[in-house]
Design a protein around this ligand. Structure first.
Ligand code: ZN
Length: 202
């Protein structure tokens, strides 16, 4: 439904906008733990809303819908786990003094992995992996673009782009799932089995 799509798109915009305020300008923002937890919650929420918006346009079984939305939400949140890898520590003091970004924040790495999955699922007509690839793509692009407001996008080996201005990044976030819907429909593999089976995962 068109009204639901508009509602979800606006929800992403508002979540990112209010999220930035909550993370950086609230009375608790001096606390590193508060900032890290709130920031991560906003990443997860945007991943969740983006997956919902994507599936407003793509027809799958209820089970496939549920697994994929949960998967996208978790990946969008877990990308920040590489802070612990870079710090080689779980202590706040070390996490607060990171010298460089973790590998999960490298956009070219994610692009390479999702491109391989995309090609594989397209050529072998694997609809489940094809959908999963779009979930990974939505998760990492939404996370990286939001982070890019502060630190730019990281394309190894070329380095970082300039930070993305606030309103530009928020607008991109709220229309990105719709762009992926068009790509999905355009290249969608014509699988013989129309029902996506996820029961093996349960
Ligand atoms: Zn991050």
């Amino acid at each position: 439904m068109r009204s639901v799509r508009i509602f979800l798109s606006v929800s992403i915009f508002i979540t990112a906008f209010i999220g930035d305020y909550l993370v950086f300008h609230s009375r608790y923002s001096n606390s590193f733990v508060y900032r890290a937890l709130t920031d991560n919650f906003i990443h997860a929420s945007i991943g969740f809303l983006s997956a919902l918006l994507f599936f407003e346009n793509i027809l799958v079984t209820r089970q496939a819908w549920l697994y994929n939305v949960i998967f996208c939400t978790i990946v969008a949140s877990l990308i920040d786990i590489d802070h612990f890898v870079v710090a080689k520590s779980i202590h706040i003091k070390d996490l607060n003094n990171l010298k460089h970004r973790g590998f999960l924040h490298c956009s070219s790495l994610w692009f390479a992995v999702t491109s391989i999955l995309f090609l594989y699922s397209y050529l072998h007509r694997k609809l489940n992996i094809y959908i999963l690839t779009f979930m990974l793509t939505i998760a990492y692009t939404s996370h990286h673009i939001r982070d890019a407001n502060r630190r730019g996008l990281w394309f190894y080996p070329y380095g970082h782009t300039q930070p993305i201005p606030k309103y530009l990044y928020i607008t991109v976030l709220s229309i990105l799932p719709m762009i992926f819907v068009y790509v999905f429909q355009y290249f969608k593999p014509q699988s013989k089995d129309t029902v996506v089976q996820y029961s093996m995962l349960a």
